[in-house]
Design a protein around this ligand. Structure first.
Ligand SMILES: C[S@@+](CC[C@H](N)C(=O)[O-])C[C@H]1O[C@@H](n2cnc3c(N)ncnc32)[C@H](O)[C@@H]1O
Length: 262
């Protein structure tokens, strides 16, 4: 069924298998994160769980002075894709140099207060230890630095949230737990980076496409499809499904939160 919580090894294995086809979805969360991070030309930025480097490269394009960007991830195959995207000078776009490094989010190999910006997109729900990872992000930020998190805007209703997490975990065996915006706000406050800005985005997708993006097994795809249809009345999974022929139009709610290190 795939409902058991994955281990770090499961998560790494999943992204090793997905690396070749990973697209990271549409760019609007990336744009919102960069806008909210507002890197100046000399920013020192870290993108945690950078994957193929989408946010790292977008930040680098804005860092045109003496700043830099480092992207870390614990899946070698995802970092290899990021390296492929880079030009010979280490950049994928005009702007700062991007360095890529293997690291676990729960043990960032950087000194306290090294960065003015830390970002993390669509990865907190894959962390087997989310709070320790967030604590590390807070630790490496300098006072006044910004922590910008992009995540699924999971329903605040606990029953819908449980249904959503069950569907996501069955769809892809690398989903540990998504948090609602208020939970994320609480976690960021707890690590000393209270939220001062927040944006909600909606991403529409057909259920049939959504079921093809996470290397889902045939058996689990059927389970999730059934859960989607069972949840149509009352929007049980919080994906606002609408019937379109024999398919469903889903709206995934996404949230970008920006906190400032006290
Ligand atoms: C859905 S991808 C997101 C990648 C990228 N941030 C993006 O927006 O496209 C999740 C990434 O989290 C990474 N990841 C999961 N747990 C990690 C951990 N504990 N430490 C470092 N990276 C981790 C995975 O390897 C994967 O590349």
């Amino acid at each position: 069924m795939g409902e058991q919580s994955p281990s770090d090894q499961d998560v790494r294995q999943h992204f090793t298998e997905r690396a070749a086809t990973y697209t990271g979805g549409q760019g609007d969360t990336v744009e919102a994160m960069v806008a909210m991070a507002a890197p100046g030309p000399d920013a020192q930025a870290l993108d945690v769980a950078t994957g193929t480097g989408l946010v790292a490269f977008a930040l680098a394009a804005e860092i045109t002075g003496s700043g830099y960007v480092i992207g870390v991830d614990f899946t070698a195959a995802m970092l290899a894709r990021a390296a492929e995207e880079q030009g010979a000078d280490g950049t994928a776009a005009p702007g700062a140099q991007v360095s890529l490094a293997a690291a676990d989010a729960t043990g960032l190999p950087f000194p306290d207060g090294m960065f003015s910006i830390v970002t993390c997109r669509f990865s907190v729900h894959h962390f087997t230890h989310a709070m320790p990872a967030l604590q590390e992000m807070g630790r490496v930020l300098m006072p006044g630095g910004r922590l910008v998190i992009g995540e699924f805007g999971m329903p605040e209703d606990p029953e819908k949230a449980a249904y959503f997490n069950r569907m996501e975990r069955t769809r892809g065996h690398s989903h540990v737990q998504a948090f609602s915006p208020s939970q994320l706000r609480g976690m960021m406050a707890e690590i000393g980076c209270p939220v001062h800005d927040e944006r909600l985005l909606n991403r529409e997708m057909m259920a049939s496409e959504w079921l093809e993006t996470a290397n889902t097994t045939d058996e689990n795809r059927e389970i999730v499809r059934t859960m989607l249809w069972d949840g149509l009345e009352g929007d049980l999974g919080g994906l606002s499904p609408k019937r379109v022929g024999d398919d469903l139009l889903l709206t995934r709610h996404e949230v970008v939160l920006s906190g400032v290190r006290a």
